[in-house]
Design a protein around this ligand. Sequence first.
Ligand code: T5A
Length: 217
Amino acid sequence: MRGHFITFEGGEGAGKSTQIKRLAKRLEKLGHKVLVTREPGGSPGAEAVRHVVLSGAAKAFGTDMEAVLFAAARSDNVENIIKPALEKGIIVLCDRFMDSSRVYQGVSGGVDLDFILSMEKAVTEGARPDLTLIFDLAPELGLKRAADVWAEDGPDRFESEDLAMQRKRRRGFLDIARSEPDRCVVIDASKSLEEVNAMVDATIDAFLSHLEIADVS
Ligand code: T5A
């Protein structure tokens, strides 16, 4: 028995957390078992690393070091939270995963992509996303939306980077979607909440019904 692993990716303030929360409730109402997790974080060990990377405490040591910390956090979340849930047949919804490392540390951070992909391979063994929703939004709008929910301490280490960097990331996510069309679906996150809800539901319903058809045949 294996559950389904669905990841949510995109730039800052694109609406991933909002959709995951809503979708988890909807899927539970439909009778599915659902687990929600996030990265960096999810497991106790990874949550400890989250503070180090998002506060900017590791920035001085360089982007290679940050890439290793994100991979270490991912390893803990995969081993302790994601894999056990998938083995129980649960649908796992994860707020950011390996594509964020490819884009933030690789595309915009300048870390060698082969290095990132080799860590990814080691860490995600047995837990590769079945479906990835990429929330696409102009960074100007995403940062404006994100600013509405910033805590008193303001933007984190990555949110405070300039627009040129955020635009590079947007292109990075779209390149991943283009290169892995079987796994990735792009959601136009600039639309109203109601329209985004509908796009997400249609994507998930198509994914689940495709699996049901495959099970029957
Ligand atoms: N990171 C992460 C790396 O560098 N490498 C990695 O490997 C990983 C895993 C994580 C940071 O770490 C970096 C990337 C990130 O910078 P985080 O706090 O988890 O930090 O950051 P985000 O995932 O970016 O969380 P945000 O809250 O900024 O974005 P969301 O979750 O996409 O947006 P959400 O849902 O909180 O919505 C933001 C606001 O917009 C509204 C919501 O109500 C909310 O107020 N909203 C809409 N408004 C209008 N129309 C819509 N369609 C809307 N949808 C949502």
